[in-house]
Write a protein that binds this ligand. Structure first.
Ligand code: AMP
Ligand code: MG
Length: 499
C-alpha cells in the first residue's frame, strides 16, 4: 500500500516564520496502534482505507510522516499558576500540518509526546499511555456532550519506557484542533516580537477564526471581544456539566474557544463549588467555581498584548479593552443561565425570568451542595420527576424539607410556562437532551487507564469510550459507567499533569 497523500496546507509555518522551530519527531522503536478515530478520520477526508494498523502506527508515531507534513514546534509563553514564563512552547508536541476538513474547516494535526524539541527545557519530550488515552476519553466525551473541544485522532504506544514517579509505557497522541493558537502565543509575540509581528499574528488569528470581523472598524478590539465571547460560552458549558479543567494557565487557553489539554481535569461527582482535584493546585486557583474568574483573568492577559494594536493612544486602548474585559462576567452569566434554565426544563418566557431563574438555580445548587448530591444524577432525576417519577430524585437527598420547598418553587415556575400543559413528557424529554446520563466517571476512567497502562488491556477503555459516545441515552447495559464514584474514592482522588 503506498503512503497516503494528505493535502496539507501549512499556513502557520508559511505566514509566521520566526515563531516556531522546525523539528523532527524522535524515532520510536516499536509503534503499536492503541486507538484510531475512524469517524474523525472520515471528517478529515483522509484516504486511509487500506492502511493496516502497522502503517497507521508508523504514521502516527512520527516514524513515517505522510508527505507534505512539515513538523514544527510552536513558540509560546504563558502564565502558569499566575507566574509569567516567557519561554514555554511545544516541549513535547509538534504541529505536523493543517488540513481542510469535510465541512471546509481548517484543522491542525499535532503529535504530543513525540520527543524533545528546542522548547523542551529539562523535559524528555515524551508522554505515557495513560494520559494520552485520557485525552481520548475526555475529548470524545466532550465532543459527544456537544462542547467545543480538541479531539484525538490516534494513540500509538512507542515500545519505549518513560520515566516519571515510576516507569510507564510511552505513547504518542495525534491531536486535531481548530488551531493551537493560545493566549500564550500572543504573550510570546508581545514579549519577543515587533509590533508588526504581533499584528501579523492577530490578523492570522482573525482570518482563521473570526473572518466576520476582518472588516470591523477596530478589528483588534473586536478580536478580543470575539475570543472573550467564545470563552464565555465554553466555560458556561463546562460549568453545566461539572467539568473542572484543572490547569487553566494562559498557555492552555485556546484562541478558537475549544477545550484543550486534558491533563489534570476531572468531572465533578458530588456537587461542590470548591472542588479541585489536581495534585499541584494546592491553593485551588483552578477550582470548579473559580473557572469563570480565571478565564476573565486570562483574557485580561490577552488584552494586554493587544493594546498597541487596539489604539496608538495607550490610555484609550486600555479603556476600550477594559470595557470588553468588564463585560465578560455578564456574557458568561448569560450563557450560564441559558444553559441552566434549559437544564431545569424552562424557557425563560416569564416576566423577570433572568432574575427568577438565577435565584431558582442557585437554590438548587445550594441544596445539592449541602447534601453532597451527585451533580449529574440530580439533574437527570429531576427530568424523571418532571414525568411524575419522584422516587429516584428523592433517594438522592437525605433531608427532604429543603427539597420539597425547592420543588414547590420549581413547579410553580414550570406552571408559568406552557411546555408542561401541552405535553407532560416533553419537558422531561427536553431535560434529558441537555442533562447527560453519562459523564466520564472518575473511578471508571482510572480503572480503564490503569488496565491499559499496567496490563496493556484495552477492553475497559474501549467499552468506556463507546459508552461515552452516547451520553444522553440511558442504557441499562452501560449502567456501571454511569455510577458515581464512592465518597471514599473521591476523597483520595487526585489528578496529575501527565508530564
Ligand atoms: P502543560 O501544562 O502540559 O500544557 O505543559 C506546559 C509546558 O511544559 C509546555 O510548554 C509543554 O510543552 C511543557 N512540557 C510538559 N511536559 C513536557 C515533557 N515531558 N517534556 C518537555 N516539555 C514538556
Ligand atoms: Mg499545554
Amino acid at each position: 500500500m503506498p503512503a497516503p497523500v494528505i493535502p496539507f496546507d501549512n499556513t502557520y509555518a508559511r505566514y509566521l516564520p520566526g515563531f516556531y522551530e522546525a523539528c523532527r519527531p524522535a524515532t520510536v522503536p516499536a509503534p503499536v496502534l492503541l486507538f484510531f478515530n475512524h469517524g474523525l478520520a472520515a471528517e478529515l477526508q483522509w484516504g486511509l482505507a487500506g492502511q493496516d494498523d502497522a502503517a497507521l502506527a508508523a504514521m502516527f508515531s512520527g516514524n513515517a510522516l505522510p508527505e507534505g507534513a512539515q513538523p514544527i514546534a510552536q513558540a509560546y509563553s504563558g502564565h502558569q499558576f499566575g507566574q509569567f514564563n516567557p519561554h514555554l512552547g511545544d516541549g513535547r508536541a509538534l504541529l505536523i500540518g493543517e488540513v481542510i476538513d469535510r465541512l471546509g474547516r481548517r484543522r491542525d494535526i499535532a503529535l504530543k509526546g513525540s520527543g524533545r524539541t528546542p522548547f523542551s527545557r529539562r523535559g524528555d519530550g515524551k508522554a505515557a499511555v495513560g494520559p494520552m488515552l485520557r485525552e481520548v476519553l475526555i475529548g470524545e466525551a466532550m465532543h459527544a456532550l456537544g462542547i467545543p473541544t480538541t479531539r484525538a485522532l490516534a494513540v500509538v504506544s512507542t515500545g519505549e519506557p518513560v520515566f516519571r514517579e515510576r516507569t510507564l509505557p510511552g505513547a504518542i497522541l495525534t491531536r486535531v484542533a481548530a488551531s493551537h493558537l493560545r493566549v500564550g502565543t500572543f504573550q510570546y509575540f508581545a514579549a519577543h516580537g515587533t509590533p508588526e509581528k504581533l499584528r501579523q499574528l492577530a490578523d492570522y488569528a482573525i482570518a482563521r477564526h473570526f473572518p466576520e470581523i476582518a472588516e470591523a472598524d477596530n478589528r483588534y478590539l473586536e478580536f478580543l471581544r470575539s475570543v472573550a465571547e467564545r470563552q464565555a460560552a465554553l466555560i458556561a458549558r463546562w460549568m453545566q456539566v461539572g467539568f473542572i479543567h484543572g490547569v487553566m494557565n494562559t498557555d492552555n487557553m485556546g484562541i478558537p474557544g475549544e477545550s484543550i489539554d486534558f491533563g489534570p481535569c476531572a468531572f465533578m461527582e458530588a456537587y461542590d463549588p470548591h472542588a479541585v482535584f489536581s495534585s499541584i493546585d494546592e491553593m485551588g486557583r483552578y477550582a470548579y467555581s473559580a473557572q469563570p474568574r480565571i478565564a476573565r483573568w486570562n483574557l485580561a492577559r490577552l488584552a494586554e498584548t493587544l493594546l498597541p494594536l487596539i489604539d496608538a493612544d495607550e490610555g484609550r486602548a486600555i479603556s476600550l479593552a477594559t470595557e470588553v474585559i468588564d463585560a465578560f462576567m455578564g456574557r458568561y452569566q448569560q450563557h450560564w443561565l441559558d444553559g441552566m434554565r434549559a437544564k431545569m426544563g424552562l424557557r425563560g418566557t416569564v416576566a423577570h425570568a433572568d432574575h427568577v431563574d438565577t435565584a431558582l438555580c442557585e437554590s438548587w445548587l445550594d441544596l445539592l451542595h449541602a447534601q453532597q448530591v451527585d451533580y449529574t444524577l440530580a439533574w437527570r432525576r429531576l427530568a424523571d420527576l418532571a414525568e411524575g417519577n419522584e422516587a429516584p430524585l428523592r433517594a438522592l437527598f437525605a433531608g427532604q424539607p429543603g427539597l420539597d420547598r425547592w420543588l414547590e418553587r420549581w413547579r410553580e415556575r414550570c406552571a408559568a410556562e406552557d411546555i408542561e400543559s401541552t405535553a407532560g413528557s416533553s419537558r422531561a424529554g427536553a431535560m434529558r437532551r441537555i442533562n447527560p446520563w453519562l459523564i466520564p466517571r472518575n473511578h471508571r476512567v482510572e480503572e480503564a487507564l490503569n488496565a491499559a497502562s499496567d496490563e496493556g488491556d484495552l477492553a475497559q477503555f474501549e467499552q468506556l469510550l463507546n459508552a461515552l459516545g452516547r451520553p444522553f441515552d440511558e442504557e441499562p447495559a452501560k449502567a456501571r459507567f454511569a455510577e458515581p464514584a464512592s465518597a471514599d474514592f473521591m476523597t483520595e482522588f487526585r489528578t496529575f499533569c501527565g508530564t
